[in-house]
Design a binder for this molecule. Structure first.
Ligand code: MN
Length: 423
């Protein structure tokens, strides 16, 4: 694990992938609900918005390695960067465009030099954006509503003329006057835009309100709809899913959810929700997710919290007695069932501690060739719980020590019973 980027590396993972476990079909309740959408495309912006996370900068080799893995997995679009930013950025974007088979996208303001740099970088898609909320038009772009429409149309026309796929974002759409937003959407549609991305730039959307906005934009364009959501209130992935439900064709995501401020909708959350909860095939190989998340954590220097969905250390870990006992018997009891650690290239873990029950202790002892009686399991469990309650981490060595203290029988490699075991 933790494979470092190398120039020759095609992608981050070199070991053989496990075979994905099929989706479980027998659940009732909300999982029995009919699918609300038929398809979902994934636009990854780890290398663009993700890299804009405070204190984050990817090296050229790291960008290459992340892009190669996203490409290998079957990600539909990779936003590789902002070509006008610097010569190094231009080279990195060009390189990703040339070395991947998926669609590569480059970002550009509605400024001529930005658009030309993006076109020259060789990307198949150019993503132009302009602020449409009054606060950003006045205090970020220092322009007027009329100028924004005019410059947006010019930028889209230039991209269309170049032959690249044209995406346009009315930045800060969720804080934009609706009538003006519609005016901009209709103007760029007239200019031939292929995709309209609806950005919740400052993360103020909620799922039902965002769905309404997506439906409104759809009513005023024949372009395909993409959504870009931020996690300021913890709803980025939920809003992306609401976008799909409201008819968006694609969502923008980043690995581990890294990005500006609290970050973007997380790649792993959106892809797994679409695949597992909605049963919609993205054709993305999700078994790379754990390794990709670990690499992006290392390269970005943004730590993944233990309780992060899908990729956190606790995402498939169990400690409490009732849950662990259930999962040992059938993992569907206290896991989603429609999502397993195997599906994302992770492993299930039974953690020993204050909340541990006898089932986990017996399982862990037997895995280490101990043959405990019921009363010995109870005694070892008591020691594990007491030790864990003092805020200690209970390691395998601790467990073996407790087993020896209690006098649990152990079989060595030859199958001969043995009572003394080295830690
Ligand atoms: Mn953003």
């Amino acid at each position: 694990m933790g494979v470092r980027a190398q120039k020759e590396t095609r992608c981050l993972t070199t070991h053989p992938r496990p075979i994905p476990v099929g989706r479980v079909e027998f659940f009732q309740g909300t999982l029995a609900t009919t699918t609300e959408f038929e398809s979902a495309r994934v636009f990854d912006t780890t290398l663009r918005d993700g890299e804009q996370a405070p204190r984050t900068s990817f090296s050229y080799d790291e960008k290459r390695a992340i892009a190669a893995t996203l490409d290998e997995m079957g990600t539909h679009v990779i936003e590789a960067g902002f070509p006008v930013n610097s010569d190094a950025e231009f080279e990195a974007v060009s390189d990703v465009a040339a070395s991947t088979s998926t669609t590569t996208c480059g970002l550009a303001r509605v400024v001529e030099k930005d658009v030309e740099a993006a076109i020259d970088s060789g990307v198949e898609m150019v993503h132009t954006f302009a602020s449409t909320s009054d606060v950003q038009i006045e205090d970020s772009m220092h322009a007027t509503r009329e100028e924004v429409v005019e410059r947006s149309v010019e930028a889209v026309e230039r991209v269309v003329e170049s032959g690249a796929t044209a995406m346009f974002s009315p930045m800060d759409a969720t804080r934009t006057d609706t009538d003006y937003l519609i005016e901009v959407v209709e103007a760029v549609t007239e200019a031939g835009v292929d995709w309209i991305n609806i950005p919740d730039t400052c993360g103020v959307a909620t799922p039902s309100r965002f769905a309404e906005l997506v439906a409104t934009v759809r009513d005023h364009t024949d372009a395909r709809i993409d959504v870009h959501t931020h996690d300021d209130f913890g709803m980025a992935s939920a809003n992306a899913i609401a976008g799909f439900e409201a008819g968006a064709d694609q969502a923008q995501v980043s690995v581990n959810g890294i990005g500006e401020r609290a970050g973007n909708a997380a790649y792993e959350e959106v892809v797994m929700a679409v695949e597992s909860i909605y049963g919609v095939e993205t054709d993305i190989d999700t078994t790379y997710i754990a390794d990709l998340a670990q690499a992006v954590e290392e390269y970005s220097d943004v730590p993944v919290p233990a309780n992060k969905p899908v990729v956190g250390d606790n995402a498939f870990a169990h400690e409490s007695g009732i849950h662990a006992a259930g999962v040992i018997e059938n993992s569907d009891t206290f896991e989603p069932g429609c999502m397993t650690p195997e599906m994302v290239g992770a492993e299930r873990e039974f953690v020993l501690g204050k909340h541990t029950g006898t089932h986990s202790v017996r399982k862990r002892l037997e895995e280490r060739d101990f043959a405990p009686t019921d009363s010995e399991v109870r005694e070892v469990t008591r020691r594990v719980k007491d030790f864990g309650a003092e805020k200690n981490r209970v390691t395998a060595a601790d467990l073996e020590r407790f087993a020896r203290e209690v006098g649990v029988a152990h079989e060595d490699a030859d199958g001969e019973p043995e009572t003394e075991v080295k830690a």
